[in-house]
Design a protein around this ligand. Structure first.
Ligand code: SF4
Length: 438
């Protein structure tokens, strides 16, 4: 049985290192101008890419170059020039969406491996076969597919590698080719400048009751009703202090589907989110690493695979819009019901910067306020464990009961707590994290 690859986003070199530390087999990253992530992208030049590729290869990992814009004429030549230079750095594959560029790469660099981007919307086996015929090694499947459709594609095309999204934000429209961001803020999603317009708050001034004269005074819970289709159920809307997020779908979480995807022979499981924090990235990669490893082992041992509660716990309490299994298995393809992380869900308290053996203490970058009384867990690539604190110093070096976000501090560990200095820079303190998943 084939063990699938765990593929993580790398918004910059730091995120790439965390992804590998927590168990990713491969990362995807691209230049701001030519991949679909122009903002918050740390791979600014060829030197950054070369460093990332070398770091990955030194650890036996893979680095895929995302080059999936849909360029206009004016950008063709600069894109070609940039691609040739990037291909010469030796990435393991190029993720490409534009058919012209797939053909051109196959012509000028026939040895370069090409993966078809999700942006190309491959939704059936005939299309996948077409791309395979053009020399594409792997197809990244459209997120709008049902599990059964994906498994059928694998069965029909056993020699074509298939990559499937398992976690992260989803578009409210068909993945790729969306014009919403162009319309709302004049930023082209197909050139990597998506503003996430569908995920932003919108305030509404109508409610389900009788129309009132000055409806703007009636904030609270709302419903949306199609006026042309009164037979349809109203869509319930609620607001937080920013407004309502009525176009923002819940995030995809396919952790429960991992056993079926492994059994189906899928080659690569992909996590979305090149702009997410290193803490979010570390927890998600950790969760899917545990899930893939344990399910693979159980299947090979002839057992019925099950997802561990620790895998679920790792993805349950992360910032986001709540989860769904999306088009894979969910009763609804997308889910716009507003849900948020429970208020008592815990959070990252601090990112550990380094360890001082002499004082058995760690220097931390505080992300959320925490006190000596908070229930802290130490999270490292080896796992999460309760970690009592002996004492703390604030950024001035004085004793402190509480550390505040945006500052550095020092946390002293009890003598009986062992600290793995090799992983110091990839460790976190997590605060009040529930022991069980929801
Ligand atoms: S605006 Fe929303 S649906 Fe459109 S590309 Fe951006 S994230 Fe996707």
């Amino acid at each position: 049985m084939f063990k699938p690859e765990l593929l993580a986003p790398a918004g910059d070199l730091t995120r790439m290192k965390y992804a590998f530390a927590y168990g990713a087999d491969a990362v995807y990253a691209g230049q701001p101008t030519f991949s679909l992530r122009s903002r918050e992208n740390g791979f600014k030049n060829l030197d950054d890419l070369a460093e990332g590729i070398a770091y990955a290869h030194a650890r036996g990992k893979k680095f895929y170059l995302t080059s999936n814009i849909i360029p206009r004429n004016v950008k063709v030549e600069s894109f070609q020039k940039a691609l040739l230079a990037a291909i010469d750095l030796g990435p393991d594959a190029l993720i490409v969406a534009d058919p012209g560029f797939v053909g051109w790469i196959r012509e000028v660099r026939p040895n370069a491996e090409v993966h078809l981007s999700v942006q190309a919307n491959c939704t059936n086996y005939l299309t996948a076969k077409f791309w395979q015929g053009l020399g594409v090694k792997r197809v990244i499947l459209s997120r709008e597919l049902r599990l059964a459709e994906i498994l059928e594609m694998k069965e029909r095309l056993p020699d074509l590698e298939l990559e499937v999204f398992v976690h992260g934000a989803v578009c409210m429209s068909m993945s790729g080719r969306c014009m919403l961001s162009n319309w709302v803020v004049h930023r082209d999603a197909n050139l990597g400048a998506c503003d996430n317009s569908c995920r932003m708050p919108y305030r509404l001034y109508a409610n389900e009751g009788p129309q009132v004269e000055d409806y703007r005074e009636h904030e609270g819970n709302f419903t949306l009703q199609r006026t042309d289709r009164p037979e349809l159920d109203p869509i319930a809307l609620d607001e937080d202090t920013w407004g309502t997020y009525f176009m923002s779908s819940r995030d995809l979480c396919a952790i429960e589907v991992v056993p079926e995807l492994i059994k189906g022979g899928l080659e690569s499981f992909k996590i979305e989110g090149r702009t997410k924090s290193v803490y979010y990235l570390s927890q998600v990669v950790r969760a899917y690493r545990m899930a893939i490893d344990s399910c693979f082992e159980q299947i090979n041992a002839g057992k019925e695979p099950a997802i561990s509660d620790e895998s679920r716990r790792a993805v349950t309490y992360l910032d986001g819009r709540g989860f769904m299994q999306g088009f894979l298995k969910g009763p609804l393809p997308q889910n716009y019901e507003s849900t948020h992380m429970p208020a008592d869900a815990g959070c990252v308290a601090a990112q550990i910067l380094d360890y001082d053996e002499a004082s058995h203490s760690v220097r931390v970058n505080v992300k959320n306020p925490f006190t000596m009384d908070d229930k802290l867990e130490l999270m490292t690539p080896a796992g999460m464990a309760t970690c009592p604190v002996e004492s703390m110093n604030d950024f001035r070096g004085g004793a402190a009961d509480r550390l505040n976000p945006g500052t550095e501090g020092r946390v002293f560990l009890p003598k009986n707590v062992k600290f793995d200095n090799n992983n110091a820079e990839f460790s976190f303190f997590v605060k009040d994290f529930p022991q069980k998943s929801l």
